[in-house]
Write a protein that binds this ligand. Structure first.
Ligand SMILES: Nc1ncnc2c1ncn2[C@@H]1O[C@H](COP(=O)(O)OP(=O)(O)O)[C@@H](O)[C@H]1O
Ligand SMILES: CSC[C@H]1O[C@H](OP(=O)(O)O)[C@H](O)[C@@H]1O
Length: 406
């Protein structure tokens, strides 16, 4: 069965049986394809008798969301499995265990996290996650610092840059996030009700300059090994545990892109609160929780990143040159804010949307949520190079909410 082909549920069971130490010889296994993402097949394999289960994720040679007309490298499965293992080593407990990677089948066998929920779903249901800000800021600080020139031997870092070169998946980001939303591209997808907003995006020169600068950073700055797609659909969560999945877009890029992905998806859910049916007090409280989480993620990240720098910084000059760390952290905040904005805009007018807004049933509320997400996203992009503190992000979210609701 080793030559590449997309697996059936039955074949997935046969492979699971052949894996050492996972299931007993006579186990009666069931298999279900549960993939709900844009790109891959995901099989859930379970032995009811022992309650043991695993996940098998297989890359398809094309983008599932579009079809065979959009070919896509299978090498992304290698990148995903290698990055999951590295993230697990750098951040114990924050990534699923990888049991096997089969390069022929572009298949990764990993820990089943079905006792967690996908965070996007949890936020849509209005749940709160007490561990999240602490866990994700640890994940960001450790993965970004310890793979950068600040925390990793610089020759080894260059080997990693080579190992994780990921041109096809980067091209998706370059186009879908940093180009298509700012022109009348075929890939765009938006409700006719907000065509006026889309047309404003296409004509806004000030915005185009900022997005071009962010895109250039994404293209050229090999600062750290990024997850590359760290939205709330790539985070499994429960009250006492957080696990980051799906790093197939990983490559060496600007750190702010990963931090911005987390903040953007909290703010997209914030915008989606326009669709809440329950009373205003609940909605206000949940929005306050989301904004507080935005702040805690950045502050936790900053404190942990600085602590790693003090304790494990390996670069003599950047460790000791007075003022270097301050300049670096300010730039990182500004990049984070710019990428946050870009990642919000793409989810309203670009190809791939988010359920936080798309599933709002009331069309007026949905339109308000879309306009709010765009307003916050655009304001953050325009702010980025002038930003000084994370509080400005919170103020922008609050101001734009009043404007859209007025
Ligand atoms: N380790 C896992 N444990 C349980 N379910 C998983 C696991 N990995 C993926 N899934 C399920 O499969 C879905 C798609 O996985 P994901 O890695 O996001 O795929 P894609 O790369 O296609 O976006 C997830 O939303 C989740 O429901
Ligand atoms: C044509 S891929 C579109 C979009 O899908 C990816 O997300 P995911 O696979 O996690 O759903 C990524 O965000 C891409 O930009």
């Amino acid at each position: 069965m080793s030559a590449y082909h997309p697996l059936t549920e039955t074949e997935a069971i046969q492979i699971a049986r052949s894996l050492p130490d996972l299931f007993s010889g006579g186990a009666e296994l069931t298999s279900r394809e549960i993939g709900d993402g844009n790109l891959n097949l995901v099989f859930h394999i379970r032995d009811a008798a022992s309650a043991r289960s695993i996940i098998m994720k297989q890359a398809l040679p094309y983008a599932k969301v579009v079809g065979e007309s959009w070919p896509l490298t299978l090498d992304r499965a290698r990148i995903e499995s290698e990055v999951l293992m590295l993230e697990g080593a750098l951040c114990p407990g924050l990534a699923p265990k990888v049991y096997l990677y089969d390069p022929e089948l572009a298949l990764t066998v990993m820990e089943d996290l079905s006792d967690h929920v996908i965070m996007r779903k949890g936020l849509i249901e209005g749940n709160r996650y007490p561990r999240f800000a602490d866990d994700i800021s640890t994940f960001l600080a450790r993965t970004l610092f310890l793979t950068s020139d600040l925390g990793l031997n610089q020759q080894e870092k260059k080997e990693r840059v080579k190992q994780f070169i990921n041109p096809e998946l980067c091209k998706i980001t370059e186009d879908l996030i940093f180009d298509d939303p700012y022109r009348d591209a075929d890939t765009n997808s938006f409700d006719e009700a907000i065509r006026d907003e889309a047309e404003k995006l296409w004509a806004d020169g000030e915005l185009h300059l900022e997005v071009a600068l962010l895109r250039h950073k994404f293209l050229t700055q090999a600062q750290a090994l990024l997850h590359g797609d760290l939205h709330t659909g790539s985070i499994f969560i429960k009250e006492d545990s957080t696990k980051v999945i799906d790093p197939e877009f990983a490559y060496y890029g600007p750190m702010g892109f990963d931090i911005g992905a987390v903040l953007a998806n909290l703010l997209l859910n914030y915008a989606g609160q326009e669709g809440w049916k329950s009373d205003t007090a609940d909605r206000l409280a949940y929005r306050a929780y989301l904004l507080d989480t935005v702040k805690q993620v950045w502050s936790g990240f900053e404190a942990k990143f600085r602590a790693l720098w003090e304790q494990q910084g390996i670069d003599r000059l950047s460790n000791n040159a007075a003022g270097f760390q301050e300049v670096y952290m300010k730039q990182l905040l500004q990049d984070t804010i710019g990428f946050t904005g870009a990642k919000m805009v793409r989810r309203v007018v670009g190809l791939a949307h988010v359920a936080d807004i798309d599933t709002i049933e009331n069309s007026q509320a949905k339109e308000r949520a879309q306009r709010l997400a765009l307003a916050i996203g655009k304001a953050l992009i325009k702010l980025n190079r002038r930003a000084v503190t994370i509080d400005e992000v919170i103020s922008i979210a609050e101001q734009q909410t009043s404007t859209v609701q007025a």
